[in-house]
Design a protein around this ligand. Structure first.
Ligand SMILES: *Cc1c(COP(=O)(O)O)cnc(C)c1O
Length: 521
Protein backbone atom coordinates (compact mmCIF):
# COMPACT_ATOMS: atom_id res chain seq x y z
CA UNK A 1 0.00 0.00 0.00
CA UNK A 2 1.30 3.48 -0.80
CA UNK A 3 1.66 5.89 2.09
CA UNK A 4 1.17 8.89 -0.16
CA UNK A 5 -2.11 8.37 -1.96
CA UNK A 6 -1.78 11.53 -4.02
CA UNK A 7 0.88 10.04 -6.27
CA UNK A 8 2.76 13.30 -5.93
CA UNK A 9 6.52 13.22 -6.15
CA UNK A 10 8.64 16.05 -4.72
CA UNK A 11 10.13 16.97 -8.09
CA UNK A 12 6.69 17.83 -9.39
CA UNK A 13 5.94 21.47 -8.81
CA UNK A 14 2.39 21.33 -10.10
CA UNK A 15 -0.41 18.84 -9.99
CA UNK A 16 0.40 15.74 -11.99
CA UNK A 17 -2.02 14.48 -14.61
CA UNK A 18 -4.16 12.73 -12.05
CA UNK A 19 -5.17 16.26 -11.06
CA UNK A 20 -4.17 15.63 -7.49
CA UNK A 21 -2.68 18.55 -5.64
CA UNK A 22 1.09 18.84 -5.09
CA UNK A 23 0.69 18.46 -1.36
CA UNK A 24 1.89 15.50 0.69
CA UNK A 25 -1.70 14.33 1.21
CA UNK A 26 -3.10 15.27 -2.18
CA UNK A 27 -5.61 17.50 -0.35
CA UNK A 28 -6.31 21.03 -1.54
CA UNK A 29 -6.82 22.93 1.70
CA UNK A 30 -10.10 21.59 3.07
CA UNK A 31 -11.09 19.86 -0.18
CA UNK A 32 -9.95 16.40 0.75
CA UNK A 33 -8.49 13.87 -1.63
CA UNK A 34 -10.02 10.43 -1.20
CA UNK A 35 -8.55 7.25 -2.68
CA UNK A 36 -10.69 4.24 -3.48
CA UNK A 37 -11.53 1.86 -0.67
CA UNK A 38 -9.40 -0.79 -2.46
CA UNK A 39 -6.38 1.49 -2.11
CA UNK A 40 -6.77 2.22 1.58
CA UNK A 41 -8.84 -0.64 2.99
CA UNK A 42 -7.94 -4.15 3.95
CA UNK A 43 -9.83 -7.41 3.59
CA UNK A 44 -9.45 -8.16 7.27
CA UNK A 45 -11.04 -4.98 8.64
CA UNK A 46 -14.66 -3.91 8.85
CA UNK A 47 -16.51 -0.97 10.31
CA UNK A 48 -18.36 -3.21 12.74
CA UNK A 49 -17.13 -5.85 15.16
CA UNK A 50 -19.10 -9.04 14.84
CA UNK A 51 -18.08 -12.04 16.86
CA UNK A 52 -17.37 -15.27 15.07
CA UNK A 53 -20.70 -16.69 13.89
CA UNK A 54 -21.56 -19.93 15.68
CA UNK A 55 -21.17 -22.76 13.26
CA UNK A 56 -24.33 -24.77 13.37
CA UNK A 57 -26.79 -26.53 11.18
CA UNK A 58 -27.96 -24.55 8.20
CA UNK A 59 -30.17 -25.28 5.24
CA UNK A 60 -27.72 -24.24 2.53
CA UNK A 61 -27.19 -27.82 1.43
CA UNK A 62 -23.41 -27.58 1.59
CA UNK A 63 -23.32 -24.45 -0.52
CA UNK A 64 -22.28 -22.17 2.34
CA UNK A 65 -19.20 -20.04 1.87
CA UNK A 66 -15.96 -21.61 3.01
CA UNK A 67 -13.52 -18.76 2.37
CA UNK A 68 -13.74 -15.08 3.37
CA UNK A 69 -15.59 -12.91 0.88
CA UNK A 70 -12.60 -10.62 0.37
CA UNK A 71 -14.37 -7.29 0.70
CA UNK A 72 -12.19 -4.30 1.46
CA UNK A 73 -13.12 -2.57 4.68
CA UNK A 74 -12.06 0.17 7.07
CA UNK A 75 -12.51 0.79 10.76
CA UNK A 76 -15.68 2.59 11.80
CA UNK A 77 -14.24 6.14 11.93
CA UNK A 78 -12.32 5.54 8.70
CA UNK A 79 -15.50 4.30 7.07
CA UNK A 80 -17.43 7.40 8.14
CA UNK A 81 -14.66 9.65 6.81
CA UNK A 82 -14.29 7.73 3.56
CA UNK A 83 -17.92 8.11 2.59
CA UNK A 84 -18.25 11.64 3.95
CA UNK A 85 -15.22 12.74 1.91
CA UNK A 86 -16.64 11.12 -1.20
CA UNK A 87 -20.01 12.75 -0.60
CA UNK A 88 -18.31 16.17 -0.54
CA UNK A 89 -17.20 15.59 -4.11
CA UNK A 90 -20.80 15.43 -5.34
CA UNK A 91 -22.30 18.33 -7.20
CA UNK A 92 -25.94 18.98 -6.36
CA UNK A 93 -28.71 21.47 -6.91
CA UNK A 94 -28.27 22.45 -3.26
CA UNK A 95 -24.67 23.48 -4.05
CA UNK A 96 -25.08 25.53 -7.19
CA UNK A 97 -26.77 26.17 -10.52
CA UNK A 98 -27.24 22.95 -12.49
CA UNK A 99 -27.61 24.04 -16.13
CA UNK A 100 -28.38 20.60 -17.62
CA UNK A 101 -30.74 21.26 -20.54
CA UNK A 102 -33.79 19.02 -20.88
CA UNK A 103 -33.37 17.91 -17.27
CA UNK A 104 -35.07 20.76 -15.37
CA UNK A 105 -32.78 20.65 -12.36
CA UNK A 106 -34.55 23.07 -10.06
CA UNK A 107 -34.67 23.84 -6.39
CA UNK A 108 -36.65 21.31 -4.36
CA UNK A 109 -38.61 23.43 -1.86
CA UNK A 110 -38.12 22.30 1.74
CA UNK A 111 -41.85 22.44 2.45
CA UNK A 112 -42.18 19.41 0.13
CA UNK A 113 -39.64 17.49 2.20
CA UNK A 114 -41.36 18.41 5.43
CA UNK A 115 -44.72 17.17 4.18
CA UNK A 116 -43.30 13.98 2.65
CA UNK A 117 -41.69 13.11 5.98
CA UNK A 118 -44.94 13.27 7.99
CA UNK A 119 -45.23 9.75 9.40
CA UNK A 120 -48.70 9.30 7.89
CA UNK A 121 -47.13 9.62 4.44
CA UNK A 122 -43.59 8.40 5.00
CA UNK A 123 -44.51 5.20 6.81
CA UNK A 124 -47.39 3.87 4.72
CA UNK A 125 -47.01 0.43 3.22
CA UNK A 126 -48.60 -0.55 -0.08
CA UNK A 127 -50.05 -3.71 1.44
CA UNK A 128 -51.83 -1.95 4.31
CA UNK A 129 -55.61 -2.48 4.48
CA UNK A 130 -57.25 0.11 2.24
CA UNK A 131 -59.26 1.71 5.05
CA UNK A 132 -56.01 2.64 6.83
CA UNK A 133 -54.49 4.55 3.86
CA UNK A 134 -57.42 6.70 2.78
CA UNK A 135 -55.28 9.82 3.24
CA UNK A 136 -52.58 8.48 0.92
CA UNK A 137 -55.22 7.66 -1.69
CA UNK A 138 -56.60 11.18 -1.31
CA UNK A 139 -53.12 12.56 -2.10
CA UNK A 140 -52.87 10.40 -5.23
CA UNK A 141 -56.39 11.36 -6.31
CA UNK A 142 -55.90 15.10 -5.66
CA UNK A 143 -52.63 15.11 -7.57
CA UNK A 144 -54.29 13.20 -10.41
CA UNK A 145 -57.04 15.81 -10.62
CA UNK A 146 -54.46 18.62 -10.77
CA UNK A 147 -52.50 16.88 -13.51
CA UNK A 148 -55.65 16.30 -15.55
CA UNK A 149 -56.70 19.92 -15.10
CA UNK A 150 -53.30 21.37 -15.94
CA UNK A 151 -53.03 19.30 -19.10
CA UNK A 152 -56.68 19.41 -20.20
CA UNK A 153 -56.70 15.63 -20.57
CA UNK A 154 -59.26 12.97 -19.64
CA UNK A 155 -57.45 10.57 -17.33
CA UNK A 156 -54.07 9.84 -15.82
CA UNK A 157 -52.05 6.72 -15.04
CA UNK A 158 -50.10 7.48 -11.86
CA UNK A 159 -47.95 4.36 -11.54
CA UNK A 160 -45.13 4.89 -14.12
CA UNK A 161 -41.88 5.54 -12.27
CA UNK A 162 -39.99 7.79 -14.66
CA UNK A 163 -40.38 9.67 -17.92
CA UNK A 164 -39.20 6.76 -20.03
CA UNK A 165 -41.46 4.40 -18.07
CA UNK A 166 -44.33 6.79 -18.84
CA UNK A 167 -43.48 6.66 -22.55
CA UNK A 168 -43.72 2.88 -22.35
CA UNK A 169 -47.09 3.19 -20.59
CA UNK A 170 -48.40 5.57 -23.26
CA UNK A 171 -47.27 3.41 -26.17
CA UNK A 172 -48.67 0.27 -24.53
CA UNK A 173 -52.03 2.04 -24.21
CA UNK A 174 -51.82 3.07 -27.89
CA UNK A 175 -50.97 -0.48 -28.92
CA UNK A 176 -53.86 -1.85 -26.84
CA UNK A 177 -56.26 0.66 -28.43
CA UNK A 178 -55.14 -0.31 -31.93
CA UNK A 179 -55.31 -4.03 -31.20
CA UNK A 180 -58.79 -3.65 -29.69
CA UNK A 181 -60.02 -2.48 -33.09
CA UNK A 182 -58.07 -5.21 -34.86
CA UNK A 183 -55.72 -2.70 -36.41
CA UNK A 184 -52.15 -3.88 -35.87
CA UNK A 185 -49.66 -1.26 -37.04
CA UNK A 186 -45.89 -1.40 -37.37
CA UNK A 187 -44.34 2.08 -37.34
CA UNK A 188 -43.77 4.89 -34.86
CA UNK A 189 -42.57 8.23 -36.26
CA UNK A 190 -40.06 10.15 -34.17
CA UNK A 191 -38.61 13.57 -35.07
CA UNK A 192 -34.86 13.94 -35.38
CA UNK A 193 -34.70 16.17 -32.33
CA UNK A 194 -36.39 13.63 -30.03
CA UNK A 195 -35.00 12.63 -26.65
CA UNK A 196 -33.21 9.29 -27.00
CA UNK A 197 -35.79 7.60 -24.80
CA UNK A 198 -38.51 8.11 -27.47
CA UNK A 199 -37.10 5.87 -30.21
CA UNK A 200 -35.87 3.45 -27.53
CA UNK A 201 -39.38 3.14 -26.12
CA UNK A 202 -40.94 2.63 -29.54
CA UNK A 203 -38.38 -0.05 -30.41
CA UNK A 204 -38.91 -1.74 -27.02
CA UNK A 205 -42.64 -1.90 -27.82
CA UNK A 206 -41.79 -3.74 -31.03
CA UNK A 207 -42.35 -0.88 -33.45
CA UNK A 208 -40.09 0.09 -36.33
CA UNK A 209 -38.87 3.64 -35.74
CA UNK A 210 -38.74 6.11 -38.60
CA UNK A 211 -37.17 9.52 -38.28
CA UNK A 212 -38.86 12.77 -39.32
CA UNK A 213 -36.44 15.58 -40.17
CA UNK A 214 -36.36 19.00 -38.52
CA UNK A 215 -36.70 22.29 -40.35
CA UNK A 216 -33.87 24.81 -40.44
CA UNK A 217 -35.81 26.54 -37.68
CA UNK A 218 -35.40 23.57 -35.31
CA UNK A 219 -39.02 22.37 -35.45
CA UNK A 220 -40.68 19.23 -36.84
CA UNK A 221 -40.90 19.31 -40.64
CA UNK A 222 -44.70 19.11 -40.93
CA UNK A 223 -44.66 18.52 -44.69
CA UNK A 224 -42.25 15.60 -44.34
CA UNK A 225 -44.38 14.21 -41.52
CA UNK A 226 -47.60 14.52 -43.52
CA UNK A 227 -45.97 12.78 -46.47
CA UNK A 228 -45.11 9.78 -44.25
CA UNK A 229 -48.55 9.44 -42.60
CA UNK A 230 -49.87 6.14 -43.94
CA UNK A 231 -52.04 3.43 -42.34
CA UNK A 232 -49.00 1.52 -41.03
CA UNK A 233 -48.23 4.36 -38.59
CA UNK A 234 -49.34 3.60 -35.02
CA UNK A 235 -48.17 6.82 -33.41
CA UNK A 236 -46.07 9.93 -33.67
CA UNK A 237 -43.93 10.85 -30.65
CA UNK A 238 -43.28 14.57 -30.36
CA UNK A 239 -41.59 16.53 -27.60
CA UNK A 240 -43.17 19.90 -26.85
CA UNK A 241 -41.48 22.22 -26.12
CA UNK A 242 -38.92 20.36 -28.17
CA UNK A 243 -35.32 19.62 -27.34
CA UNK A 244 -34.11 22.70 -29.23
CA UNK A 245 -36.01 24.65 -26.57
CA UNK A 246 -38.70 25.68 -29.07
CA UNK A 247 -42.47 25.42 -29.02
CA UNK A 248 -43.90 23.18 -31.76
CA UNK A 249 -46.33 25.67 -33.26
CA UNK A 250 -47.88 23.16 -35.68
CA UNK A 251 -48.78 20.61 -33.04
CA UNK A 252 -52.58 20.97 -33.36
CA UNK A 253 -52.39 20.62 -37.13
CA UNK A 254 -50.00 17.68 -36.70
CA UNK A 255 -52.46 15.97 -34.31
CA UNK A 256 -55.34 16.47 -36.74
CA UNK A 257 -53.31 14.94 -39.58
CA UNK A 258 -52.20 12.00 -37.39
CA UNK A 259 -55.75 11.32 -36.22
CA UNK A 260 -56.97 11.45 -39.81
CA UNK A 261 -54.97 8.31 -40.59
CA UNK A 262 -56.18 6.56 -37.41
CA UNK A 263 -52.90 6.98 -35.52
CA UNK A 264 -52.24 8.49 -32.08
CA UNK A 265 -50.13 11.40 -30.85
CA UNK A 266 -47.72 10.72 -28.01
CA UNK A 267 -46.25 13.88 -26.52
CA UNK A 268 -43.05 13.77 -24.52
CA UNK A 269 -44.04 16.19 -21.77
CA UNK A 270 -40.78 16.17 -19.85
CA UNK A 271 -40.40 19.87 -20.72
CA UNK A 272 -43.84 20.79 -19.35
CA UNK A 273 -42.10 23.23 -16.99
CA UNK A 274 -41.98 25.77 -19.82
CA UNK A 275 -45.73 25.77 -20.49
CA UNK A 276 -47.42 24.69 -17.26
CA UNK A 277 -50.41 26.95 -16.58
CA UNK A 278 -50.08 28.43 -20.09
CA UNK A 279 -50.88 25.67 -22.58
CA UNK A 280 -53.08 22.62 -22.10
CA UNK A 281 -51.69 19.73 -24.15
CA UNK A 282 -55.20 18.31 -24.41
CA UNK A 283 -56.15 21.34 -26.51
CA UNK A 284 -53.40 20.39 -28.96
CA UNK A 285 -54.98 17.02 -29.70
CA UNK A 286 -52.49 14.93 -27.75
CA UNK A 287 -53.55 11.38 -26.78
CA UNK A 288 -50.91 10.53 -24.21
CA UNK A 289 -48.18 12.50 -22.45
CA UNK A 290 -45.89 11.74 -19.55
CA UNK A 291 -45.17 14.36 -16.96
CA UNK A 292 -41.91 14.20 -15.06
CA UNK A 293 -42.85 15.03 -11.47
CA UNK A 294 -39.10 15.05 -10.83
CA UNK A 295 -38.70 17.93 -13.26
CA UNK A 296 -41.74 20.23 -13.48
CA UNK A 297 -43.06 19.51 -10.02
CA UNK A 298 -39.71 19.80 -8.24
CA UNK A 299 -39.32 16.37 -6.73
CA UNK A 300 -35.60 15.58 -6.35
CA UNK A 301 -33.71 13.79 -9.11
CA UNK A 302 -30.24 13.33 -10.45
CA UNK A 303 -27.95 10.59 -9.30
CA UNK A 304 -30.63 8.04 -10.13
CA UNK A 305 -32.99 9.24 -7.45
CA UNK A 306 -36.62 8.19 -7.56
CA UNK A 307 -38.64 9.68 -10.39
CA UNK A 308 -42.31 9.61 -11.19
CA UNK A 309 -43.76 9.80 -14.68
CA UNK A 310 -47.56 9.90 -14.57
CA UNK A 311 -49.16 9.67 -18.02
CA UNK A 312 -52.18 11.78 -18.91
CA UNK A 313 -54.50 10.18 -21.45
CA UNK A 314 -57.15 11.40 -23.89
CA UNK A 315 -60.72 10.13 -23.76
CA UNK A 316 -59.90 7.75 -26.61
CA UNK A 317 -56.96 6.17 -24.78
CA UNK A 318 -58.05 6.31 -21.14
CA UNK A 319 -59.93 2.95 -21.21
CA UNK A 320 -56.67 1.27 -22.26
CA UNK A 321 -54.53 2.74 -19.47
CA UNK A 322 -53.00 0.51 -16.80
CA UNK A 323 -54.33 -0.62 -13.44
CA UNK A 324 -54.35 -0.01 -10.56
CA UNK A 325 -55.86 3.43 -10.07
CA UNK A 326 -57.54 5.17 -7.19
CA UNK A 327 -61.31 5.35 -7.49
CA UNK A 328 -63.59 7.59 -5.43
CA UNK A 329 -66.96 6.24 -4.22
CA UNK A 330 -70.03 8.45 -3.86
CA UNK A 331 -69.73 8.18 -0.05
CA UNK A 332 -66.25 9.78 -0.17
CA UNK A 333 -64.37 6.52 0.34
CA UNK A 334 -61.35 5.84 -1.89
CA UNK A 335 -60.74 2.42 -3.31
CA UNK A 336 -57.86 1.05 -5.30
CA UNK A 337 -59.12 -0.46 -8.54
CA UNK A 338 -56.95 -3.53 -9.05
CA UNK A 339 -57.20 -6.25 -11.70
CA UNK A 340 -59.20 -8.52 -9.46
CA UNK A 341 -61.78 -5.87 -8.55
CA UNK A 342 -61.95 -4.20 -11.97
CA UNK A 343 -64.19 -6.90 -13.35
CA UNK A 344 -66.37 -5.87 -16.24
CA UNK A 345 -65.74 -2.17 -15.74
CA UNK A 346 -62.24 -2.02 -17.18
CA UNK A 347 -61.93 -4.81 -19.73
CA UNK A 348 -59.45 -2.90 -21.90
CA UNK A 349 -56.77 -2.04 -19.31
CA UNK A 350 -53.49 -3.28 -20.77
CA UNK A 351 -52.09 -4.55 -17.46
CA UNK A 352 -49.92 -2.93 -14.84
CA UNK A 353 -46.73 -0.87 -15.00
CA UNK A 354 -45.39 -1.60 -11.54
CA UNK A 355 -45.94 -3.86 -8.56
CA UNK A 356 -47.75 -1.16 -6.58
CA UNK A 357 -49.32 2.23 -7.10
CA UNK A 358 -46.44 4.57 -7.96
CA UNK A 359 -43.94 6.72 -6.05
CA UNK A 360 -45.82 7.84 -2.96
CA UNK A 361 -43.04 10.15 -1.73
CA UNK A 362 -42.92 11.90 -5.10
CA UNK A 363 -46.70 12.28 -5.17
CA UNK A 364 -46.68 13.93 -1.77
CA UNK A 365 -43.88 16.31 -2.78
CA UNK A 366 -45.50 17.18 -6.11
CA UNK A 367 -48.89 17.88 -4.55
CA UNK A 368 -47.30 20.01 -1.87
CA UNK A 369 -45.45 21.94 -4.61
CA UNK A 370 -48.64 22.43 -6.60
CA UNK A 371 -50.71 23.53 -3.60
CA UNK A 372 -48.03 25.92 -2.36
CA UNK A 373 -47.87 27.59 -5.79
CA UNK A 374 -51.55 27.54 -6.66
CA UNK A 375 -52.80 27.87 -10.21
CA UNK A 376 -51.44 31.41 -10.63
CA UNK A 377 -48.07 30.44 -9.12
CA UNK A 378 -47.68 27.56 -11.55
CA UNK A 379 -48.21 29.90 -14.51
CA UNK A 380 -45.50 32.14 -13.02
CA UNK A 381 -43.17 29.12 -12.95
CA UNK A 382 -43.42 28.83 -16.73
CA UNK A 383 -43.07 32.60 -17.25
CA UNK A 384 -39.99 32.89 -15.06
CA UNK A 385 -38.36 29.75 -16.47
CA UNK A 386 -38.75 31.14 -19.99
CA UNK A 387 -37.57 34.59 -18.92
CA UNK A 388 -34.44 33.14 -17.28
CA UNK A 389 -33.59 31.02 -20.33
CA UNK A 390 -33.96 34.01 -22.63
CA UNK A 391 -31.80 36.09 -20.31
CA UNK A 392 -29.05 33.50 -20.71
CA UNK A 393 -29.62 33.33 -24.48
CA UNK A 394 -29.38 37.10 -25.01
CA UNK A 395 -26.54 37.63 -22.53
CA UNK A 396 -24.29 35.34 -24.55
CA UNK A 397 -25.04 36.98 -27.90
CA UNK A 398 -21.83 37.46 -29.81
CA UNK A 399 -20.02 35.07 -27.46
CA UNK A 400 -21.47 31.70 -28.45
CA UNK A 401 -23.39 30.94 -31.64
CA UNK A 402 -27.11 30.43 -30.95
CA UNK A 403 -28.50 28.64 -34.02
CA UNK A 404 -32.18 29.50 -33.62
CA UNK A 405 -31.97 32.81 -31.75
CA UNK A 406 -32.71 34.82 -34.89
CA UNK A 407 -36.14 33.23 -35.25
CA UNK A 408 -37.35 34.49 -31.86
CA UNK A 409 -37.23 33.82 -28.14
CA UNK A 410 -36.58 30.35 -26.78
CA UNK A 411 -38.75 28.53 -24.27
CA UNK A 412 -37.15 27.12 -21.10
CA UNK A 413 -33.68 26.34 -22.45
CA UNK A 414 -31.07 28.15 -24.50
CA UNK A 415 -29.23 26.30 -27.26
CA UNK A 416 -25.70 27.15 -28.40
CA UNK A 417 -23.11 25.52 -30.65
CA UNK A 418 -19.33 25.46 -30.80
CA UNK A 419 -19.26 26.98 -34.29
CA UNK A 420 -16.64 29.65 -34.72
CA UNK A 421 -14.43 28.84 -31.73
CA UNK A 422 -10.68 29.08 -32.29
CA UNK A 423 -7.84 26.56 -32.18
CA UNK A 424 -9.94 23.40 -32.46
CA UNK A 425 -11.70 24.12 -29.17
CA UNK A 426 -15.00 22.24 -28.98
CA UNK A 427 -18.12 21.93 -26.85
CA UNK A 428 -16.41 19.28 -24.72
CA UNK A 429 -13.61 21.71 -23.79
CA UNK A 430 -16.13 24.38 -22.79
CA UNK A 431 -17.99 21.88 -20.62
CA UNK A 432 -14.77 20.85 -18.91
CA UNK A 433 -13.79 24.50 -18.47
CA UNK A 434 -17.08 25.11 -16.67
CA UNK A 435 -16.14 22.42 -14.14
CA UNK A 436 -13.08 24.48 -13.22
CA UNK A 437 -15.42 27.43 -12.72
CA UNK A 438 -17.41 25.34 -10.21
CA UNK A 439 -20.40 24.43 -12.36
CA UNK A 440 -21.84 21.15 -13.47
CA UNK A 441 -21.62 21.30 -17.28
CA UNK A 442 -24.63 21.95 -19.43
CA UNK A 443 -26.10 19.18 -21.61
CA UNK A 444 -23.63 18.63 -24.46
CA UNK A 445 -23.94 17.19 -27.97
CA UNK A 446 -27.73 17.03 -27.59
CA UNK A 447 -30.00 17.62 -29.42
CA UNK A 448 -28.31 15.74 -32.23
CA UNK A 449 -29.78 18.03 -34.92
CA UNK A 450 -27.28 20.73 -33.93
CA UNK A 451 -23.55 20.19 -34.30
CA UNK A 452 -21.63 20.61 -31.03
CA UNK A 453 -24.80 21.47 -29.13
CA UNK A 454 -24.75 23.06 -25.68
CA UNK A 455 -28.19 23.06 -24.08
CA UNK A 456 -28.65 25.26 -21.00
CA UNK A 457 -31.74 25.21 -18.79
CA UNK A 458 -31.46 27.58 -15.84
CA UNK A 459 -35.07 27.06 -14.53
CA UNK A 460 -37.12 29.66 -12.72
CA UNK A 461 -35.57 29.10 -9.33
CA UNK A 462 -32.28 30.88 -10.11
CA UNK A 463 -31.96 34.51 -9.00
CA UNK A 464 -30.61 37.19 -11.32
CA UNK A 465 -27.41 37.26 -9.27
CA UNK A 466 -26.84 33.54 -9.69
CA UNK A 467 -27.64 33.75 -13.42
CA UNK A 468 -25.20 36.65 -13.79
CA UNK A 469 -22.45 34.69 -12.10
CA UNK A 470 -23.08 31.66 -14.31
CA UNK A 471 -23.19 33.82 -17.44
CA UNK A 472 -19.94 35.49 -16.36
CA UNK A 473 -18.27 32.11 -15.91
CA UNK A 474 -19.50 30.77 -19.24
CA UNK A 475 -18.50 34.00 -20.99
CA UNK A 476 -15.01 33.78 -19.54
CA UNK A 477 -14.64 30.19 -20.76
CA UNK A 478 -16.17 30.99 -24.16
CA UNK A 479 -13.84 33.95 -24.65
CA UNK A 480 -10.85 31.72 -23.91
CA UNK A 481 -12.29 29.30 -26.48
CA UNK A 482 -12.68 32.00 -29.10
CA UNK A 483 -9.06 33.00 -28.55
CA UNK A 484 -8.12 29.34 -29.14
CA UNK A 485 -6.66 29.04 -25.62
CA UNK A 486 -5.18 25.51 -25.72
CA UNK A 487 -5.12 25.23 -21.93
CA UNK A 488 -8.86 24.57 -22.19
CA UNK A 489 -7.99 21.24 -23.80
CA UNK A 490 -6.53 20.19 -20.44
CA UNK A 491 -9.52 21.30 -18.35
CA UNK A 492 -10.58 20.51 -15.72
CA UNK A 493 -7.38 21.26 -13.86
CA UNK A 494 -8.87 21.98 -10.43
CA UNK A 495 -11.15 18.92 -10.20
CA UNK A 496 -10.18 15.94 -8.03
CA UNK A 497 -9.49 14.08 -11.30
CA UNK A 498 -8.41 15.49 -14.64
CA UNK A 499 -10.02 14.76 -17.98
CA UNK A 500 -10.95 11.12 -18.30
CA UNK A 501 -10.87 9.05 -21.45
CA UNK A 502 -14.63 8.76 -21.68
CA UNK A 503 -14.55 6.88 -24.97
CA UNK A 504 -12.30 4.17 -23.57
CA UNK A 505 -14.39 4.02 -20.40
CA UNK A 506 -17.52 3.43 -22.50
CA UNK A 507 -15.96 1.07 -25.03
CA UNK A 508 -13.77 -0.94 -22.68
CA UNK A 509 -15.33 -0.61 -19.25
CA UNK A 510 -13.29 -2.05 -16.41
CA UNK A 511 -15.96 -3.34 -14.12
CA UNK A 512 -13.97 -4.95 -11.35
CA UNK A 513 -11.02 -3.74 -9.36
CA UNK A 514 -8.91 -6.84 -10.00
CA UNK A 515 -9.05 -6.28 -13.77
CA UNK A 516 -7.37 -2.90 -13.52
CA UNK A 517 -4.14 -2.83 -15.48
CA UNK A 518 -0.99 -2.58 -13.34
CA UNK A 519 -0.01 0.68 -14.98
CA UNK A 520 -3.02 2.52 -13.64
CA UNK A 521 -1.48 3.38 -10.29
C1 LIG B 1 -35.83 13.65 -18.86
C2 LIG B 1 -36.47 13.42 -20.17
C3 LIG B 1 -36.98 12.15 -20.51
C4 LIG B 1 -36.80 10.91 -19.66
O1 LIG B 1 -37.25 11.02 -18.35
P1 LIG B 1 -36.67 10.00 -17.25
O2 LIG B 1 -37.47 10.29 -16.03
O3 LIG B 1 -35.23 10.30 -17.11
O4 LIG B 1 -36.90 8.61 -17.76
C5 LIG B 1 -37.62 12.01 -21.71
N1 LIG B 1 -37.73 13.05 -22.56
C6 LIG B 1 -37.24 14.28 -22.28
C7 LIG B 1 -37.40 15.40 -23.27
C8 LIG B 1 -36.58 14.50 -21.08
O5 LIG B 1 -36.08 15.70 -20.80
Amino acid sequence: MTINPSGWRPEQGVANDTGRAPTFTGNRALMLEEPLIFEIGSTTTTGVDFGEAPSGANRLGGLDRTAPIGCYGLSEPETVRHFTRLSRQNYAIDLGLFPLGSCTMKHNPRINEKIARLPGFADVHPLQPQETVQGAYAVIQNLAVWLIKLTGMYGVAMSPKAGAHGELCGLLAIRAALEARGDVRQVVLVPESAHGTNPATAAFCGYAVETIPATGEGRVDFEALKARLRPDVAAVMITNPNTCGLFERDLKAISDAVHAVGAYVYCDGANFNAIVGKVRPGDLGIDAMHINLHKTFSTPHGGGGPGAGPVVLSEALAPFGPLPFVGLHADGRYELVEEETAGEDHPHAFGRMAAFHGQMGMFTRALSYILSHGADGLARVAEDAVLNANYVLRSLEGVLEAPFAASGPCMHEALFTDNGLGGGITTLDIAKGLIDEGYHPMTVYFPLVVHGAMLIEPTETESKASLDQFIGALKAVAERAQAGDQSLKAAPIYAPRRRLDETAAARKPVLSWKDLPEAAE
